[in-house]
Design a protein around this ligand. Structure first.
Ligand code: MG
Length: 192
């Protein structure tokens, strides 16, 4: 049994354990670089930054929004690529260039009137570990920094930029009973 098997087994065990919290979740906050991307930054001579987003994560986010969840992005970085992608996906709360992620999260929860236990955050690195006291559920990618993986409530079985958010979206919809119909009938709107 290889690494892949163990990774999936841990993922499914955590998904099961988190189910009660997934059912009452109202806000999902996503880090961007390393979660919605593989963390790579292409930098052109003129200073423009190019990032690669996964279209399957895009559909996962749309499905969650349709199911009534608020999806927000919280990034320490600041680039036109992130803001452009967020606009395209209809993300209402996009916080970029954030130095203090825990403080930004506390403010966002207060602004939206969402309780800590109704919130979850997905990250990949040490600056995301700092949000733990501010969030209900701390989730990370399979390739997150080791200290974050050790302390997260849930380590996903996919890497950042490789469908990690999509995986989480499917588990969330399953926990809430919204998945069976989608799986049976498919999706009829934009998937981009
Ligand atoms: Mg990151």
């Amino acid at each position: 049994m290889g690494v892949g098997f163990h990774r999936r087994w841990r993922h499914h065990r955590a998904a099961r354990r988190c189910r009660p919290q997934l059912r009452r979740l109202r806000l999902l906050v996503l880090d961007v670089d390393g979660v919605l991307t593989d963390g790579g930054l292409w930098t052109t001579e003129s200073g423009e930054v190019i990032k690669r987003f996964d279209v399957r994560d895009g559909l996962g986010i749309r499905l969650l929004q349709k199911a009534g969840l608020e999806v927000a992005w919280l990034s320490g970085g600041k680039s036109g690529a992130t803001e452009q992608r967020a606009r395209y996906l209809g993300i209402a709360h996009v916080l970029t260039g954030v130095r203090d992620k825990p403080a930004a999260l506390v403010a966002l929860l207060a602004e939206l009137g969402v309780g800590r236990e109704e919130s979850a955050f997905v990250g990949d690195d040490l600056n995301d570990l700092a949000v733990k006291p501010a969030i209900g559920l701390l989730i990370c990618t399979a390739d997150a920094a080791a200290p974050l993986r050790r302390q997260a409530d849930w380590v996903l079985d996919r890497n950042g930029g490789d469908g990690a958010v999509r995986r989480l979206a499917e588990e969330l919809l399953k926990a809430r009973g919204d998945w069976a119909e989608l799986a049976a009938r498919g999706w009829r709107d934009r998937n981009d």
